[in-house]
Design a protein. Structure first.
Length: 539
């Protein structure tokens, strides 16, 4: 057996509850195993324990064997013989996993040359081939760029290329497609299935996306509270799950055939937010201008949600930054209630800055790690004229947490002490502290499990109904946007290629690119697979 995990337990000193409590499973060559569970269920802790990457204050027990060799307790030098070459890992957050001081090419070269896959000075062809394999455009150019110059989805694909560089026997993929649009996601998963079939690698696929699990794994296990509550063949678990937690996860999975799309509340009212012929360009590594958004015009009414979808690098986040003033457009303008907004946020008066707020894709990265939740919420409250009194601000902070369905006991915690779902709700509370008229959500639920995602979407819909909030909801997940958006704009290569009300777009998409996006959405139902798995262990 390639990987055998027996009674694995992880506990952090000082914590009353274990992070992982007695998890056991095995994985053979050419097999795929899916691991699912809510945020904080122990999925990533299990993966890090296998790789020997847990911090020093973590206490680990049980057994982890690779080809019969025990890994737990091995010295670092011995473990390094297994890492990368025998066991590769795709980490959940590529922004943290990639070295910001090295180009993508140099990072690939380190792995390729260290493990003898390529010779020093002759690594570029092999590195470019890896980037091409994970469907990155212009691989030769991207070898010379730094991680911060890539979009989130492009960084994720570079991380996958790094994990595959040493041609491992086992690949642990922790949320490998979270930041990817559905077409690129389908391509990456096809690459992983091909490796599983032709190279005989074992694939441990950790994800909250049940559609990805249904279409790409033969077996699955479900974690809850650090324990395995269900395990079996993927099709059997979906058809007749025994655990209530599994049934709740399956029920929360978004689907294209879910509830009917929302109808727009516009009713002829003038737009609250308008983008008029907005163009934004960036300079690439060679100093050449590249269009991130080109001649984009959009409007959003009070109480309306405009969904913006498209592939990684299509310009979605660039538009979000232009709306909020974090990136001044080269041309065009943004208006709020008919008044032109200064292009840069620093030039906008405080009253205008408060009216347009943003929830970022990575809550852990957007929350100050040195501040408590109380301090994070107090900061925007200090700038609200009616809340300068400290006692009033303290009461407002507690009320904000209640508004996003979090307990006031979290006020003294720091971001690293929160789950992803909790951190995202704190980020939402911070944005709502300013009583905005427009809220821009950039992949605000991408990294969340189904139940946490459903909670955030429910919160946003409730806020909109209660306050008339206008939402710009940016996502690569069409199944998610179906449930929240009134209208949807589809972006491709910096331009709007289709704009329609949500019901019409899903019923009868007009643009070929929109149809391709819809066709690539994974279905959370093994019986609805578009084709058989490359390898089926039952054959």
């Amino acid at each position: 057996m390639l990987l055998e995990v027996d009674n694995l337990a992880v506990r952090y000193r000082g914590s009353p509850q274990p992070a992982v409590a007695g998890v056991s499973f095995s994985l053979g060559r050419g097999e795929s195993l899916g691991m699912v569970g809510a945020s904080g269920s122990g999925k990533t802790q299990t993966a890090l324990a296998i790789m020997g990457l847990l911090p020093a204050h973590a206490e680990v027990s049980g057994s982890v064997r690779c080809d019969g060799a025990e890994l737990l307790g091995l010295p670092e030098r011995e473990l390094n013989r297994f890492r990368a070459r025998r066991i590769g890992m795709v980490f959940q957050d590529p922004a943290s996993a990639l070295n910001p001081c090295l180009t993508i090419g140099r990072q690939l070269a380190l792995v390729l040359c260290t493990h003898g896959v390529a010779r020093r000075g002759r690594w570029r062809p092999a590195a470019a081939a890896l980037l091409e394999r994970v469907r990155l455009p212009e691989p030769q150019r991207l070898l010379d760029v730094y991680p911060h110059q890539l979009s989130g989805g492009m960084r994720q694909r570079a991380m996958i290329a790094l994990a595959l560089a040493a041609e491992p026997d086992l690949l642990i993929a922790d949320e490998p497609t979270t930041a990817l649009d559905v077409t690129v996601q389908a391509g990456i998963l096809a690459v992983l299935r091909e490796l599983e079939a032709r190279a005989g690698i074992g694939l441990l696929l950790i994800t909250h996306d049940l559609g990805v699990i249904a279409e790409n794994t033969e077996r699955m296990l479900v974690l809850h509270g650090g324990r395995c509550v269900e395990a079996g063949r993927t099709a059997d678990v979906f058809r007749a799950s025994a655990a209530p937690h599994t049934r709740a996860l399956i029920a929360a999975a978004p689907r294209l055939d879910g509830p009917q799309a929302r109808r727009s509340p516009r009713d002829g009212q003038p737009p609250l937010l308008a983008l008029e012929h907005v163009t934004v360009s960036y300079a690439d590594g060679a100093g050449r201008a590249r269009m991130a958004a080109e001649d984009v015009s959009l409007t959003v009414a009070r109480g309306e949600t405009l969904g913006i979808v498209g592939e990684s690098g299509s310009g979605k986040t660039t538009l979000a930054r232009a709306i909020t003033g974090l990136r001044a457009p080269d041309a065009g303008r943004v208006t709020l209630a008919g008044a032109v907004l200064p292009a840069a946020a620093r030039d906008r008066p405080p009253a205008l800055r408060r009216r347009v707020q943003m929830v970022f894709q990575d809550p852990a990265g957007s929350l100050d790690p040195a501040m408590t939740v109380r301090e994070i919420l107090d900061e925007p409250l200090r700038y609200a004229e009616s809340r300068r009194d400290k006692a009033t601000r303290a009461a407002a902070a507690a009320a904000l947490l209640a508004r996003v369905r979090l307990d006031a006991t979290l006020l003294e915690r720091r971001p690293h002490e929160l789950s992803n779902g909790q951190a995202q709700r704190v980020a939402l509370a911070r944005a709502l502290a300013c009583d905005p008229a427009v809220l821009v959500c950039d992949e605000a639920v991408a990294a969340l499990d189904g139940t946490a995602r459903a909670e955030i979407l429910s919160l946003l819909a409730h806020e909109q109904e209660a306050t008339g909030l206008a939402l710009v909801f940016i996502t690569h997940d069409l199944a998610v946007v179906r449930g929240i958006a009134h209208r949807i704009a589809v972006m491709q290569a910096g331009r709007i290629c289709e704009l329609a009300d949500a019901e019409s777009l899903f019923r009868q998409p007009r643009h070929p690119y929109t149809r391709a996006l819809l066709d690539a959405v994974p279905v959370p139902d093994p019986d609805a697979r578009r084709g058989p798995l490359v390898h089926d262990s039952s054959a």
